[in-house]
Design a protein around this ligand. Structure first.
Ligand SMILES: [Zn+2]
Ligand SMILES: [Zn+2]
Length: 425
């Protein structure tokens, strides 16, 4: 046995979230939860690993996610499992399994896993929040979902972002369009980027959102899906456009918006930050997936949802200097130079009354405790010396303002907290 004494680190592409940054995460999640619940979404937890078929069938065998990026493994019982690479397929699998009454609205917050080259704002374990609305193909649902995401970004204080909307058509009109596009691309095959020169036959739509200038140029005059939509897809798209306009949401129609997962039908949308680098600027997006429930073994059920990347959105917040959450300091810091019993009991009593208070430990000196009190950001120090201990009292000293210190009995201090909810003096 060799002795490896190096300290293990978080795996490549993962990161720890520690205070005070984690306090932003708490606020982020609480804000998303409150908004999602206002729109009728209930929280859903699903396992972070699933039968691989959930993603193979749901996302598509030929997608980049399944083909190159999914963490798959065989467990000790020989089951083929995969770590969740995105949020939607698991929620839909749960829907198929439990058959809740429709329309059904679920929101989630989850890590998701992709074996990608780590870059700024892109991780092998990243985190997202999202919603899924199942059981209605009413375009007004599409509008509500998009508006919910828009309002969430606005509530964080983000301004420098934009929304692109497209329609991917459906089983009625897309196959014919894909054939037309494939035919067109055959004529361009020599000028496509390396990846798509080989793969365009398999999934021609992906060439439309390829970021290379080769593919962009080659598709400049490609036939447009929006003009090839069938009557019902056109009507759906027009109603979505009208709904977003009525909600006062600014957006562009972008017929290059072909999201990476195969399950989308009709509406797709994406929010991009202009405060972030081009290739890594997607804050979130989603779309309608009217065939997904069936592909996972359920009855034909329309659905739509979105996912929002937490790390990416927080990066955009940093870039725009918004949503800087400062953790709340304690309301008071108890300084006890009589052995600590007074601090122990007073801190316990104040916490039971709902206040956030701190104290020092390890029998440190008065000077050291006051320094800690000051550093904590507390508004006041509650001093317990031998006199205070004998009289069951405490001396209140302001730490953030010039003010005469006062000594009060602990009984009246606690009565004051009962009456006002704070330490008042
Ligand atoms: Zn390409
Ligand atoms: Zn159609």
């Amino acid at each position: 046995m060799s002795h490896d004494t190096t300290a293990p680190r978080a795996p490549t592409g993962t990161h720890d979230v520690l205070p005070p940054e984690s306090s932003r995460w708490e606020h982020f999640l609480a804000r998303f939860a409150a908004l999602a619940e206002r729109y009728g979404f209930g929280l859903v937890h699903t396992p972070i690993f699933e039968d691989s078929r959930v993603f193979r069938r749901g996302i598509g065998e030929h997608s980049e996610v399944v083909g190159k990026e999914m963490y798959e493994f065989t467990d000790r019982g020989g089951r083929q499992l995969a770590l969740r690479p995105e949020g939607t397929a698991s929620v839909v699998r749960a829907f198929v399994q439990h058959r809740p009454v429709t329309p059904w609205r679920a929101w989630y917050a989850t890590p998701s896993f992709r074996y990608e080259r780590p870059q700024a704002g892109r991780y092998r374990q990243h985190h997202q929040v999202g919603v899924e609305a199942l059981g209605s193909d009413d375009p007004d649902v599409d509008v509500e979902i998009i508006v919910l995401a828009q309002r969430f970004f606005e509530s964080l204080g983000l301004k420098n972002f934009s929304l692109a909307v497209n329609s991917m058509g459906d089983a009625q009109c897309r196959p014919a369009y894909v054939d037309t596009l494939r035919e067109y691309l055959r004529g361009q095959a020599r000028v496509l980027c390396d990846e798509h020169a080989q793969r365009f036959e398999l999934n021609p739509l992906r060439v439309l959102d390829c970021k290379t200038s080769a593919c962009r140029d080659a598709t400049q005059n490609a036939p447009k899906l929006l003009t090839a939509l069938c009557e019902s897809c056109t009507a759906h798209h027009e109603r979505v456009v009208a709904g977003l306009t009525a909600a006062g949401v600014t957006f562009q129609t972008n017929d290059r918006l072909v999201r990476g997962l195969d399950y989308y039908t009709k509406t797709t949308f994406e929010f991009s930050s202009h405060a972030l680098d081009g290739a890594q600027n997607a804050l979130g997006g989603g779309g309608r997936y009217d065939g997904l429930v069936e592909s996972l073994g359920g009855p034909p059920t329309p659905g739509i949802g979105f996912g929002i990347g937490i790390e990416r959105v927080l990066l955009a917040c940093d870039a725009e200097q918004v949503f800087a959450i400062a953790p709340m300091p304690p309301v008071a810091f108890v300084v006890d130079v009589t052995g600590g019993e007074g601090a122990r009991d007073l801190v316990a009593a104040l916490r039971e009354k709902g206040l956030y208070v701190e104290r020092a430990y390890d029998g440190r000196s008065m000077k050291s405790q006051l320094k800690a009190a000051d550093k904590s950001g507390a508004a006041c120090a509650l001093l317990i010396g031998s006199e205070e201990l004998a009289q069951k009292s405490v001396t209140i000293r302001a730490l953030r303002e010039q003010r005469e210190q006062v000594t009060v009995t602990i009984e009246s201090l606690l009565a004051g907290v009962d009456a006002t909810g704070e330490i008042s003096w």
